[in-house]
Write a protein that binds this ligand. Structure first.
Ligand code: BGC
Length: 765
C-alpha cells in the first residue's frame, strides 16, 4: 500500500513537473513574441470582431475586416463557419500580418452544432450528466469539423424568473444541479485537451448573475446581497472555472452597482484571485460600449475601466481598439495592463495549439465525415426523449390504463400550431442548426406509427393571432405563420377531425423565439387563441393529450384541468418529431424532471423550491390571515422543481442513515429503497435534499445535495445510497466565510423537491 502511495505521489510530481515545464515553455514563447509586438499589435489581439452573417445580437457588425486582419488589429472572429472560409481568414492573419499571429475562431454552439439537441433547459431536465457531457462532446466534434474551436457556451446563469427569455439557455434554478451541468459541459467541450482537433475551448457565461435581471426583463439591473450571490447564484460559474474552462464572458448587467464588464471586484478579485481562473475574459456583445448607456462615462473611459477591471477581449465594440492607445498616452491605463490582457489571449492560442498549427481545424474532409452522422442524430433523439417531462397522466374514466402511452392502433387526431411546424423544433439560439433537417411532429408520428395508426391532422390555431406579435417573434425568420382562415374556422376543422379520432394529441405552446435573448414575456400562459382550441378539444370528451413546447416554464393551470395528459417537451432539437412520437407511443418511457418550478400564475414569480424560511410560514395551502401567502392563489407552484412522472410508478421506503451523527471532517451515507411498482421498466431520478434546521442566518427550507438517475426493471427494488460530506453542509456567511454550522439537519429523499420522506441527523463539533 505504502509503495502504491509513493508511486502515486511520484507520478503526480512528474505530471506537475511536466506541467511546470510546459508552462515555462509557453511563458518563454509568448514573452519572446510579445517583445516583438508594437503596442498597436498588442491592442489588436484584444479585438474580437464579427463580419455578420450569424445572429448579430447588437446593433453593430464589424467593418473593414480584411484590412484589420492584415494590419494585426484582430485577435479573433466569430460568426463565420466552414473550413474553407476560415482557412482563408486565418491565412490572411498568418501570412499577411507582420507577425503572423493566428486568430481564434468562435461561435455560439449552445445546444449542438448541426445536430441540434434540446434547448439547454430541456437538456438539464434529463439530470443525466453523462448525456449532457456527451452532447457537448458531439457539439465540439461537429463545430471543430467546421473550423470553430472556441465556444460561447455553457451559459450557467441561475434563473428563477421564467419571464426572462434566456431561462431557455441555462440549467434552471438550482445552484447544485447548475454546477454539475456546468462541469459536464466544460468537460464535454474541452475533454481536458484543447490541442486536439475535435475539442473546443469553453466559455462560462455570463459572469455574473445575469439570470437575476429585475422583472425578468433582459439586460435589466441586478442587485442582491453577497450572501445570496455566493450561495445561490455564483456556484455554477465557479464550478465551470474549476472544471478548467478556458474563457469566461462578462455579462450585460450590473453587479452591486458596477456593470459586470467594468467590475474589478468580479473579474479580478473574485474570478482570478479567489477562484484561480487563469484563462481570458471576453466581453459580451458590445457590453463595454454599453457602459456608456449605464452612465459610466464615454467610450474611452469605459474601455479603460473594462481593461483595468480584468476584461481581456472586446467583443465587437472596438472600444479597446479605438481608445486604449490614447488612454495609455494619458496615463489612464498602463502598458502592463495591455500586456496582461494580450498575454492571456496569446496563452489561449498557445493552449489551443495554434502556434504549432494554425490550420489544425480546417480539414475539408471533416464536415462530411463528422457532422450530422446517423450516430449523432440517434443520440439527439435519445437526448430529446430523456428531456421530456410528463406533467400529468390521468387514468381515463372507466378504464384501467392511464392516458399515456398511446395504443399503436386506431385513429389519432394530431392538432395544434406546432404539430406541423418545422421552424420551431430547434429552439432558440441554434444559429448553426438547419430547420430543414428537423423532424416535425407529424412526420415523427408517421415514422414511428405510420403503419399502425391512422393520423388525422388539423392546425387548429395559430401560435399567436396578432400580426404585430408575430412580427416580433419572426426576427430570425418565419416562426409564426398566421393562417388565412379565421380562428373559428380553424377550430371547427380541428373538431371535425377530432370527431373521427379515438384520442386527440394537441401540440401547443411557444414559438422558439418566444424565449431566448430578448424573448421576455410578462404573461406565461399558452397564448389565448391556443387556449380556445384546447377548451374546444376538451369539450369533445375524447382523451386529450397536450404536448407543450416552450423555452420556459409556462403557467398551465387551466390546461392541467382540461387535459388528460401533458408532456412538456421544451424545444426538442433536430429529432423532435421522432422523439415525441417515440415517447407518446411508449417506445421510450419518460424520465425527465423539472429543473425550474412551474408557477400557477405569473404573480407567484419569482418562485423556486429553495426559498428561505420566513417568520410567518404557512403550514398548509389554506389561506391564513397574517401568514406569508396570497389572497388569490396558494403558495405552492403547479409543478415543483424536480417533478416529473413516468409511465411506471415508484415507491420510496424510509430514509436510513449510516450514522445519526456526522463529525465536521466526516461523511454520512443516506439510503432509501425504491421500488418500481408499475407496469413498465423505467428510470427514476432519486433526489437528496437537506435542511439546516438551526443556523445563525436564515437558510433555505431545502437544498438539493445529490441526485441519481437509476434504472428499475418492472417490480424491481434497489437501495439507492448517497454519500454526504460534512463540507456539503457548508455555506457562505455574511462575512463571506464558508463553513458548516454544527447542529440539527434533516435529509429528505424522494422523487421531487416536495418530498417529506426524511430523517434527522446531527452535525457534531
Ligand atoms: C449574447 C451572448 C453571445 C453573444 C455572441 C450576446 O448577445 O448575450 O450570449 O455569446 O451575443 O453571439
Amino acid at each position: 500500500m505504502k509503495k502504491l502511495l509513493f508511486l502515486a505521489a511520484a507520478v503526480a510530481l512528474f505530471i506537475s513537473c511536466g506541467q511546470q515545464e510546459q508552462k515555462s515553455e509557453m511563458d518563454t514563447f509568448i514573452g519572446d513574441l510579445m517583445s516583438e509586438m508594437t503596442i498597436e499589435e498588442k491592442i489588436g489581439q484584444l479585438n474580437l470582431i464579427t463580419p455578420g452573417g450569424g445572429i448579430p445580437t447588437g446593433s453593430v457588425v464589424s467593418t473593414d475586416v480584411e484590412e484589420k486582419i492584415k494590419t494585426g488589429r484582430v485577435g479573433g472572429i466569430f460568426g463565420i463557419y466552414g473550413p474553407e472560409k476560415l482557412r482563408q481568414a486565418q491565412k490572411m492573419a498568418v501570412e499577411e500580418s507582420r507577425l503572423g499571429i493566428p486568430m481564434i475562431f468562435g461561435a455560439d454552439v449552445i445546444h449542438g452544432y448541426k445536430t441540434t439537441f434540446p434547448i439547454p433547459l430541456g437538456l438539464s431536465a434529463t439530470w443525466d450528466m453523462e448525456l449532457i457531457e456527451k452532447s457537448a462532446q458531439v457539439a465540439a466534434k461537429e463545430a471543430t469539423a467546421d473550423g470553430i474551436f472556441w465556444n460561447f457556451s455553457p451559459m450557467v446563469d441561475i434563473a428563477r424568473d421564467p419571464r426572462w427569455g434566456r431561462v431557455a439557455e441555462g440549467a434552471g434554478e438550482d445552484p447544485y444541479l447548475g454546477s454539475r451541468v456546468a462541469e459536464a459541459m466544460v468537460r464535454g467541450y474541452q475533454q481536458d485537451d484543447l490541442t486536439r482537433e475535435n475539442t473546443m475551448m469553453a466559455t462560462v457565461k455570463h459572469m455574473a448573475l445575469y439570470g437575476a435581471s429585475e422583472a425578468g426583463r433582459d439586460y435589466n439591473t441586478v442587485d442582491m446581497s453577497r450572501m445570496r450571490m455566493f450561495n445561490e447564484y455564483l456556484p455554477p460559474y465557479k464550478a465551470g472555472v474549476e472544471a478548467g474552462a478556458g474563457c469566461v464572458m462578462s455579462s450585460f448587467n450590473d453587479v452591486d452597482g458596477v456593470p459586470a464588464s467594468g467590475n474589478k471586484w468580479l473579474l479580478t478579485d473574485l474570478l482570478r484571485e479567489k477562484w484561480g481562473f487563469d484563462g481570458f475574459v471576453v466581453s459580451d456583445y458590445t457590453s463595454i460600449n454599453e457602459m456608456i448607456a449605464h452612465g459610466l462615462g464615454d467610450l474611452q473611459a469605459v474601455s479603460a475601466l473594462a481593461l483595468k477591471a480584468g476584461l481581456d477581449m472586446d467583443m465587437v465594440g472596438e472600444g479597446f481598439l479605438t481608445t486604449l492607445e490614447k488612454s495609455l498616452e494619458e496615463g489612464k491605463v498602463t502598458e502592463a495592463d495591455i500586456d496582461l490582457a494580450c498575454r492571456r489571449i496569446l496563452e489561449a492560442k498557445y493552449k489551443l495549439g495554434l502556434f504549432d498549427d494554425p490550420y489544425l481545424y480546417f480539414d475539408d474532409a471533416r464536415p462530411d465525415r463528422d457532422i450530422l452522422t446517423d450516430e449523432n442524430r440517434q443520440f439527439a433523439r435519445k437526448a430529446a426523449a430523456e428531456s421530456f417531462v410528463l406533467l400529468k397522466n390521468a387514468r381515463l374514466p372507466g378504464q384501467e390504463n392511464q392516458t399515456l402511452p398511446l395504443e399503436k392502433s386506431g385513429t389519432v387526431a394530431l392538432v395544434g400550431p406546432l404539430a406541423d411546424s418545422q421552424n420551431n423544433m430547434l429552439g432558440t439560439w441554434a444559429p448553426t442548426g438547419e430547420h430543414s433537417l428537423a423532424v416535425k411532429v407529424i412526420d415523427g408520428f408517421k415514422n414511428v406509427v405510420g403503419e399502425e395508426v391512422e393520423i388525422l391532422y388539423a392546425k387548429g390555431a395559430n401560435i399567436v393571432d396578432e400580426p404585430e406579435y408575430a412580427e416580433k417573434i419572426n426576427v430570425f425568420g418565419p416562426k409564426v405563420e398566421i393562417d388565412e382562415r379565421s380562428p373559428e374556422e380553424m377550430i371547427r376543422e380541428a373538431l371535425t377531425v377530432s370527431a373521427r379520432a379515438d384520442v386527440i394529441v394537441a401540440v401547443v405552446g411557444e414559438a422558439s423565439e418566444m424565449s431566448g435573448e430578448s424573448g421576455n414575456r410578462t404573461n406565461l400562459d399558452v397564448p389565448e387563441n391556443q387556449k380556445k382550441l384546447i377548451r374546444a378539444l376538451a369539450e369533445t370528451g375524447k382523451p386529450l393529450v397536450l404536448v407543450t413546447m416552450s423555452g420556459r416554464p409556462l403557467t398551465l393551470e387551466e390546461e392541467n384541468e382540461l387535459a388528460d395528459a401533458i408532456l412538456q417537451v421544451w424545444h426538442p432539437g433536430v429529432e423532435a418529431g421522432n422523439a415525441i412520437a417515440g415517447v407518446l407511443f411508449g417506445e421510450t418511457i419518460p424520465s425527465g424532471k423539472l429543473t425550474a418550478t412551474f408557477p400557477r400564475n405569473v404573480g407567484q414569480v419569482p418562485i423556486y423550491y429553495a426559498h428561505r424560511f420566513t417568520g410567518r410560514p404557512q403550514e398548509s395551502d389554506e389561506f391564513q390571515k397574517f401568514k406569508t401567502n396570497y389572497l388569490d392563489v396558494e403558495n405552492s407552484p403547479l409543478f415543483p422543481f424536480g417533478y416529473g412522472l413516468s409511465y411506471t410508478q415508484f415507491e420510496y421506503g424510509n430514509v436510513t442513515l449510516s450514522n445519526s451523527e456526522i463529525a465536521l471532517d466526516d461523511e454520512l451515507e443516506i439510503s432509501v429503497d425504491v421500488t418500481n411498482t408499475g407496469d413498465f421498466d423505467g428510470e427514476e431520478i432519486v433526489q437528496l435534499y437537506v435542511r439546516d434546521v438551526v443556523a445563525t442566518v436564515t437558510r433555505p427550507v431545502k437544498e438539493l445535495k445529490g441526485f441519481k438517475k437509476v434504472f428499475f426493471a418492472k417490480g424491481e427494488t434497489k437501495t439507492v445510497t448517497f454519500t454526504l460530506k460534512a463540507e456539503d453542509l457548508g455555506f457562505y456567511h455574511p462575512d463571506m466565510s464558508f463553513y458548516a454550522e454544527p447542529g440539527d439537519f434533516i435529509a429528505f429523499v424522494g422523487g421531487n423537491s416536495n418530498t417529506e420522506n426524511s430523517v434527522e441527523f446531527v452535525l457534531t463539533e
